[in-house]
Design a protein. Structure first.
Lengths: 115, 113
């Protein structure tokens, strides 16, 4: 069975500092990995995905994520946080060997960027 | 191009009442999904439709039914609402292929008293 863990309910960071939102996953085969962001009272917006190739994936709004197969992690990062980055972030995984409907989400991490 | 739209945005029901949540997408996507979002539990898949004319159960289907009316529309019905169904409901669509991404609607906030 697929699963995703986001170990931090909330991450606090000061504006201008680097940020990391952690995600680890478990799948039986090779994963497709996704990050989504949710702003208050809005639906989820796609940020980036890892399919294959380069382990460092760049996405929207200056975010990037690093796929680490040995640690089964896919942490979201940004070099310099903005107050407007404050939102709820979800990591999701899909097993390559199962159907596309099997997208499993983590429980979410709230990012709070202070001025 | 409106993407994925959902109606209504908010709804309050009494226990035992029924209602249908509507979802439509204008991106010509093949697959559509219904999720519920609860605090501390992330998003959980209720039902999905891989293509027009097909529907399948997800992780938490009990108490719900769905209809894929056509390629654009995918509705979720609560026949007899229960307080445990108080949640935020999201519809999503996906063009096709395992590498593709899901696009989400703005959500319906449902409260069952």
């Amino acid at each position: 069975a697929q699963s995703v863990a986001q170990p931090e309910d909330q991450v606090n960071v000061a504006e201008g500092n680097p940020l990391t939102v952690k995600c680890t996953y478990s799948v039986s085969g090779n994963p497709y990995l996704f990050w989504y962001v949710q702003y208050p009272n809005r639906g989820l917006q796609f940020l980036l995905k890892y399919i294959t190739g380069d382990n460092l994936v760049k996405g929207s709004y200056g975010f990037e994520a690093e796929f680490n197969k040995s640690q089964t992690s896919f942490h979201l990062k940004k070099p310099s946080a903005l107050v407007s980055d404050s939102a709820l972030y979800f990591c999701a995984v899909r097993d390559r060997n199962t159907g596309f409907q099997k997208l499993v989400f983590g429980t979410g991490t709230r990012l709070l960027v202070s001025p | 191009n409106a993407g994925v739209t959902q109606t209504p945005k908010f709804q309050v029901l009494k226990t035992g009442q029924s209602m249908t949540l509507q979802c439509a997408q204008d991106m010509n996507h093949n697959s559509m999904y219904w999720y519920r979002q609860d605090p501390g539990m992330g998003l959980r898949l209720i039902y999905y439709s891989a293509s027009e004319g097909t529907t399948d159960k997800g992780e938490v289907p009990n108490g719900y039914n769905v209809s894929r009316l056509n390629k654009r529309e995918f509705s979720l019905r609560l026949e007899s609402a229960a307080p445990s169904q108080t949640s935020v409901y999201f519809c999503a669509s996906l063009a096709g292929g395992r590498t593709d991404t899901q696009y989400f609607g703005p959500g319906t906030r449902l409260t069952v008293l």
